[in-house]
Design a protein around this ligand. Structure first.
Ligand SMILES: Cc1cc2ncn([C@H]3O[C@H](COP(=O)(O)O)[C@@H](O)[C@H]3O)c2cc1C
Ligand SMILES: O=C(O)c1cccnc1
Length: 357
C-alpha cells in the first residue's frame, strides 16, 4: 500500500496552473494584491488539475495519537497518561482543537496509533455526530530511541499505512481538505530528531521547548536528540528507516496521511512542528507530495521553521502558537478557502465593466 501510494503521487498540472495564473490576472483587483493567496490558488489548481479548483470543503482534522519511550529520559514535565486523557477530552469536545473545529465547521477524527495507557471512557458510546475514535494501535508507545530503535520497520510501515487508510476514508466520505493533528506527550523530541535527520540542521537548531520546558530540561532534550542521531545515524534517503529509528507512531501515521492526500490530489493543511517533521518524511518518500502540502502556520518551535525552509513552504499565519492538536491548521483554513473562493466568485474586469490601468 505504501509503495502504490508513493507511485501514484504526480507533479502539479501545468495547464491548470497556467489557467489559474491567467484568471488571477483578469480579476477585479490589482495584480498581486492578494499576496500569498495568489500562488496558493495557482498551486491548488495544479493539484486538482482544474481551474478553478474545488473549494476545500468539507474539512476533516485527523489527530494521530501516540506515546514515546523517550519520555523516560525526562524530556517533558508532563506524565505520559496525559496523552490518553487528552484523547478523552477530544472525544468529549473539550479541547482547543474542538473549539476551533466547531468554528471552522471541520470534523474531528482521533486515531489511536500507539497510546500507552488506557483511554478513559473509550468503550462508552460517543455522540454519533461528534468526534470519532479510530482504534489502530500498532504498539503501546515507541521504545526509547536513546537505547534502541523506536520502532521496527514493520511497525513504522503499519503506522504509515494507517495514515494512508485514514486519508482514503476521509476523502471517500467527501473531505475536500485534510488537516493534520497530533497528541503525544514527549513528541516534540522525536519531531526535532526527525527534522535534524532530514534537513541536516544541528540538534540544537532543531530542538525547541515543547510544552515549555525549563533550561535544564531543554539542555537534556538537546542531548537526547544528539544521542539518538549519533546512535542510529539515520539515512534521509531511507525515510522508513528514519521513522523507525527516531520517529513516533503519530509521526509515521501523519506521513501516511500526507502521502494519501497527495496521491488522491487533495490538499493537506499542515499544523505545527510534529506535522512538518512528518512532512519531511513524506517528501523523502515522494518529492512531489510537497505540491499537496499547505503550511498552516509557523509554530514557535525553531525546528518547524527549519523544516519549512527545507520543504520550500511559507506558512500562512504566524501567531506564536505552540500547542499542536491541529489548532494552527484550523486557524489557517479560512485563508485557504478564501484563496480558492476568489477564483470562483470574483468578477473579471471584462465582466464587471471595470477599466484596466
Ligand atoms: C494538556 C496538554 C494538551 C496538549 N495538546 C497538545 N499538546 C502538545 O504537547 C505535547 C508535546 O510537547 P512535549 O514534547 O513538551 O511533551 C504533545 O502532546 C502535543 O500534541 C499538549 C500538551 C499538553 C500537556
Ligand atoms: O508546533 C507544535 O505543534 C507544538 C509545539 C509544542 C508542543 N506541541 C506542539
Amino acid at each position: 500500500m505504501l509503495e502504490s501510494t508513493v507511485a501514484a503521487i504526480r507533479p502539479l498540472d501545468e495547464a491548470a496552473m497556467a489557467a489559474a495564473r491567467e484568471l488571477q490576472g483578469r480579476l477585479t483587483k490589482p495584480a498581486g494584491s492578494l499576496g500569498a493567496l495568489e500562488p496558493l490558488s495557482v498551486r491548488l489548481a495544479g493539484l486538482a488539475g482544474a481551474c478553478p479548483p474545488p473549494l476545500p470543503e468539507p474539512a476533516a482534522v485527523a489527530i494521530f495519537a501516540g506515546d514515546h519511550g523517550v519520555h523516560a529520559q525526562g524530556v517533558t514535565p508532563w506524565p505520559q497518561e496525559v496523552t490518553a486523557q487528552m484523547i478523552a477530552n477530544f472525544l468529549a469536545g473539550g479541547a482547543v482543537v474542538n473549539a476551533f473545529a466547531r468554528q471552522a465547521g471541520a470534523s474531528v477524527t482521533v486515531v489511536d496509533v500507539g497510546v500507552a495507557t488506557p483511554i478513559p471512557g473509550a468503550d462508552e458510546p460517543g455522540d454519533p455526530a461528534g468526534p470519532r475514535l479510530v482504534a489502530a494501535n500498532v504498539r503501546p508507545g515507541t521504545r526509547d530511541m536513546t537505547v534502541t530503535a523506536a520502532l521496527t520497520r514493520d511497525e513504522a510501515r503499519a503506522a504509515v499505512e494507517t495514515g494512508i487508510r485514514v486519508a482514503g476514508e476521509l476523502i471517500d466520505a467527501g473531505a475536500g481538505i485534510l488537516l493534520t493533528g497530533d497528541m503525544g506527550i514527549g513528541n516534540t523530541t522525536p519531531s526535532a530528531t526527525l527534522i535534524a535527520a532530514f534537513s541536516g540542521v544541528d540538534a540544537e537548531a532543531a530542538t525547541g521547548r515543547g510544552t515549555g520546558v525549563d533550561d535544564e530540561t531543554y539542555a537534556r532534550k538537546v542531548a537526547v536528540v544528539r544521542a539518538a542521531l549519533a546512535r542510529h545515524e539515520p539515512d534521509p534517503a531511507d525515510p522508513l528507516g528514519v521513522l523507525a529509528t527516531v520517529g513516533g507512531l503519530e509521526h509515521a501515521a501523519l506521513t501516511g496521511l500526507i502521502l494519501g492526500a497527495a496521491a488522491r490530489r487533495v490538499p493537506v493543511l499542515l499544523d505545527g512542528v510534529i506535522a512538518v517533521s512528518a512532512a519531511l518524511a513524506a517528501a523523502a518518500f515522494a518529492p512531489d507530495a510537497v505540491g499537496a502540502m499547505v503550511a498552516g502556520h509557523r509554530s514557535a518551535e525553531p525546528g518547524a521553521t527549519a523544516a519549512l525552509r527545507h520543504l520550500g513552504l511559507e506558512p500562512l499565519i504566524d501567531l506564536g502558537l505552540r500547542l499542536g492538536e491541529g489548532t494552527g491548521a484550523l486557524l489557517a483554513l479560512p485563508v485557504v478557502t478564501g484563496a480558492v473562493r476568489v477564483l470562483h466568485e470574483v468578477a473579471t474586469f471584462d465582466s464587471a465593466g471595470v477599466a484596466e490601468k
